[in-house]
Design a protein around this ligand. Structure first.
Ligand SMILES: [Zn+2]
Length: 229
């Protein structure tokens, strides 16, 4: 992973070379430098996201661990799961987490007609709104399936498309330690971590969570909700 310190070094060397060239260019480069490490330090934040819930079994377990560590996360929920477990969605919201849109039945949105796309999104909005009182502003397309039609469809419905940057493939159940190690090896300031609280047996994800949170906190990270409000 690229640390802010590591990226700063070549910039400083470049600036030094510039100083030999033109004085004006060198002065500009040097003035711009201090902002780089300062910004990186200020953004030592991680965005945890949980997809495919709500699950009556695993979502409460995830909520319990998050509460234990005082961490908030963003949940991209499937509309038909919200319809089946509305009280779980309500609980996610009441505990201060963000509930966002992951479609109604988890299709690849790229393959849908405009009207089918709209109903996947708006039916899910309605179910979430009934439990949380707020309309999701973010859409995460199933499978990360994005093209120009999905992007323009999302924009037409007032949604921003939210992907991820760290994917430990927890859905494939590689084991608690693999999930934990993959996240911890890849996280950097501003990372969006993809995990799953629904769609199957998520006991490994639940088991990996305390170690992930403990270590990231020890590294000085804080946790924030994605800007979906
Ligand atoms: Zn999904």
């Amino acid at each position: 992973m690229t640390s802010p310190r590591a990226t700063d070094r070549p910039r400083r060397r470049r600036a030094a070379r510039l100083a030999i060239g033109t004085l004006v260019a060198a002065a500009t480069a040097v003035v711009a430098l201090p902002a780089v490490p300062a910004q990186a330090a200020a953004s030592k934040v991680v965005y945890l996201t949980f997809d495919d819930g709500p699950s009556p079994r695993y979502t409460p377990q995830v909520l319990s661990v998050l509460s234990q560590f005082g961490v908030r996360a963003t949940f991209f929920e499937i509309g038909q799961n919200v319809a089946a477990n509305p009280a779980v969605t309500r609980r996610v919201h009441e505990q201060g987490h963000s509930v966002q849109n992951h479609s109604w039945s988890h299709p690849d949105l790229r393959s849908l007609s405009k009207s089918a796309f709209d109903s996947q999104v708006t039916a899910t909005d309605a179910r979430i709104r009934a439990q949380t009182g707020t309309t999701p502003r973010c859409l995460r397309p199933p499978y990360g399936g994005v093209n120009a039609a999905v992007r323009s469809g999302a924009a037409r419905l007032g949604k921003s498309v939210q992907m991820w940057s760290v994917d430990p493939q927890d859905w494939a159940r590689p084991g608690r330690t693999a999930i934990e190690r993959r996240v911890l090896d890849r996280v950097a300031p501003g990372s969006v971590v993809l995990l799953h609280d629904g769609g199957g047996d998520r006991s490994q994800t639940v088991a990996a969570l305390p170690g992930i949170l403990r270590t990231l906190k020890a590294r000085g990270y804080s946790f924030a909700l994605l800007p979906c409000r």
